[in-house]
Design a protein around this ligand. Structure first.
Ligand SMILES: [Zn+2]
Length: 460
């Protein structure tokens, strides 16, 4: 398996430190709002990487943090008149609702920053002892000039980095790129005790501490959005390697940004479609398919039209699967050369830096072949195609899984029940109620048609 490593700028063979086990850290959300389509991308992409690593026989130990203390959380808490913990608790629950609706499997560990303050304080103490950090009246800072390899990950020169955005301005710092490890408390802010007085951890140190505490000083994959390369990941790397003296993460994987009308999609630009809206309107598979049909490192231009097209495409596959399942022969097929060829192509695509667009298009190709095989009454080929979609490719990509189907079927059953109730009402000549059911369903996009054989419906 080859992956593109941001650190070396090339595709490299993935060789984990411990044979057969991949340890992986993904920077998680700052929990102060509902997640949007831009946040869904790393969630889906790294979920699929993990599924594929498992499919390939690796045991994956995955950690994804929740940043539960941050300026944005404090601002939100102040605006709502609640404490920071309430905001974090609420949006962690909301995150799980959305992640579940997107079919994201939970990681092995989901640490919260505020549970690691003691460890963070210890790490900062050691950085101070080793001379990589210094104190000022505003907190404790990492001394960038003491770490020779600073800039190695983002491949930027010092002056470019200074010119780059998001450098903290603070006149107490020795050097503009120095970043805070510990922020001294401002009046009214949530804070924790430390040897340097009350305060809270800086953003970067939390990921360094949580990742190494749970995965070891060196681990295999560190992942996140490419907007995190600088300064977040550069800083994480610098302080971790300064602290432990060994290589922090060996492979750095970064996904491209989601753009909305050409801009990076983020909350600050106001172009938000929440995951909740998107899943409700178009379904989980449409959103996952949209994300996976683009290579994870490329930028993605989001539009609702694109999502609509994706919904149409996944519907066709669902219809094919349903048609097959009416006369289902779900026994495991024999491994024929055709079977092997498809599996080989799938693995070849995914082994090449997780080429999901190729893998997804292969799944659609198999679905077309399934249709054709049903028309031709070629039951062997049909069984093989069905098996490939349902049990091989689908589970790796998190597409066309049974749970989503069950939910849709539950919706169908509910609709049938409503139609029955309406027909009983009509028999009793209670037209006010029966008409209301028809009208309300129409508003939801369900059009009823009464025919001599009974009531039929179409979805608009
Ligand atoms: Zn992080």
């Amino acid at each position: 398996m080859r992956v593109f490593n941001t650190l070396t700028g090339k595709k490299e063979e993935l060789v984990p430190i411990e044979p057969g086990v991949v340890r992986m850290y993904v920077c998680g959300p700052t929990v102060y709002d509902l997640i949007h389509v831009g946040n869904a991308r790393p969630a889906v992409v790294f979920d699929v990487f993990r599924r594929y690593l498992e499919y390939r026989g690796f045991r994956v130990v995955m950690v994804q943090n929740f940043t539960d203390i941050d300026d944005k959380i404090i601002n939100k808490a102040n605006a709502l008149g609640v404490d920071h913990k309430t905001v974090a608790d609420v949006y962690i629950v909301e995150y799980w609702r959305d992640a579940h609706s997107l079919g994201i499997r939970p990681a092995n560990f989901h640490p919260r920053t505020t549970d690691f303050v003691k460890d963070i304080v210890e790490a900062i103490e050691r950085l101070l002892e080793k001379g990589f950090a210094y104190r000022t009246e505003t907190g404790v800072y990492f001394d960038v000039k003491k770490f020779e390899r600073y800039g190695e990950l983002s491949k930027r020169k010092i002056d470019e980095m200074i010119a780059g955005a998001r450098v903290e301005v603070d006149e107490t710092k020795r050097f503009p790129l120095d970043f805070s490890l510990w922020k001294a408390a401002k009046p009214g802010e949530p804070c924790w005790e430390s040897p340097w007085g009350k305060g809270r951890p800086g953003w970067h140190i939390e990921c360094s501490v949580m990742s190494t505490r749970l995965l070891g000083d060196s681990f295999d994959i560190h992942a996140g959005g490419e907007d995190l390369i600088f300064p977040h990941h550069e800083n994480e790397k610098a302080q971790s390697e300064a602290l432990t003296g060994c290589v922090f993460a060996r492979y750095w994987l970064h996904n491209g940004m989601v753009r909305f009308l050409g801009d990076k999609m983020s909350k600050s630009t106001g172009n938000i479609v929440t995951v909740r809206e998107a899943v409700k309107k178009y379904g989980r598979d449409a959103l996952r398919y949209m994300i996976l049909s683009k290579h994870y490192r490329s930028p993605m231009d989001f539009s609702e039209e694109l999502l609509m097209d994706c919904q149409k495409a996944v519907k066709r596959v669902w219809e094919t699967l349903r048609r097959y399942e009416k006369n289902a022969d779900s026994r495991i097929p024999k491994r024929t050369p055709l079977y092997d060829e498809f599996v080989e192509r799938f693995e070849e695509a995914m082994d090449d830096d997780f080429n999901t667009p190729e893998a997804v298009s292969l799944l659609f190709e198999v679905s077309k072949l399934l249709n054709k095989a049903m028309e031709d009454n070629d039951s062997e080929t049909a069984r093989l195609c069905y098996h490939l979609i349902r049990r091989e490719f689908g589970p790796v990509l998190g597409l066309f899984d049974l749970e989503e189907e069950r939910r849709e079927l539950a919706g169908e059953e509910l609709l049938k029940l409503l139609i029955e109730v309406r027909n009983s009402l009509r028999k009793e000549k209670r037209y006010d109620l029966s008409d209301r059911i028809r009208e309300d369903l129409r508003k939801l996009g369900v059009v009823l048609r009464d025919t001599p054989e009974g009531t039929d419906y179409t979805l608009e």
